[in-house]
Design a protein around this ligand. Structure first.
Ligand code: DLZ
Length: 166
């Protein structure tokens, strides 16, 4: 059960395969950049901690979370990546915009996972306010970027196992 003070980024490091020889693209939304840059830092640090080479990590930016789907598709088609990690932060405002963007990016990234051969990771915070976002971007609940990186490494390893490549 989730608790108010649980660090959501805690995990068993030994359960994570080596990221050596894996190539990652990270697509980052510029909206709420204080948060998304902190998430990006978490992704990079975690990929490198698990053996990824700096030169095998490519970062690109899109204007907002709505553009993550098309940005991720473009980098996937243009490059030779093992996974694409999508980073964004949508904060609830006074209009229904929040719901439309969340719905669109969730659906979009799901569709990419269905239609493409590599994993696309959902590293998008959807929070009621800035404080909740900070808590999850290096604050008291950890850094969602770390989780996105671990998820990417695990999914690449799963794909390699599934297709018989170690
Ligand atoms: C327009 C908008 C709003 C209101 N809020 C956010 C947000 O909280 N997080 C985010 O990533 N992007 C937001 N955007 C921008 C949209 O994602 C998109 O860039 C624009 O609607 C242009 O397509």
């Amino acid at each position: 059960m989730a608790t108010a003070l649980k660090n959501l980024s805690e995990y068993n490091q030994e359960s994570v395969p080596s990221a050596k020889d894996m190539r990652f693209a990270i697509v980052v939304s510029e909206w709420n950049s204080e948060i998304t840059m902190a998430l990006l830092k978490g992704v990079r640090e975690t990929l490198i901690k698990h053996g990824s080479n700096e030169n095998h990590i490519k970062v690109d930016f899109v204007p907002g979370s709505f553009e993550l789907t098309s940005g991720a598709r473009m980098v996937a088609e243009a490059g030779t990546f093992d996974a694409v990690i999508c980073i964004g932060c949508v904060i609830r405002g006074e209009t229904p915009h929040f719901d439309y963007i969340c719905q669109s990016v969730t659906y979009g990234i799901t569709q990419l996972n269905i239609n493409y051969d590599i994993p696309f990771i959902f590293g998008v915070l959807t929070t009621n306010n800035q404080e909740q976002a900070r808590d999850r971007a290096g604050g008291k609940h950890g850094n969602k970027g770390n989780e996105a990186a671990v998820t990417a490494v695990k999914m690449v390893a799963l794909r390699r196992r599934a297709f018989g490549r170690s």
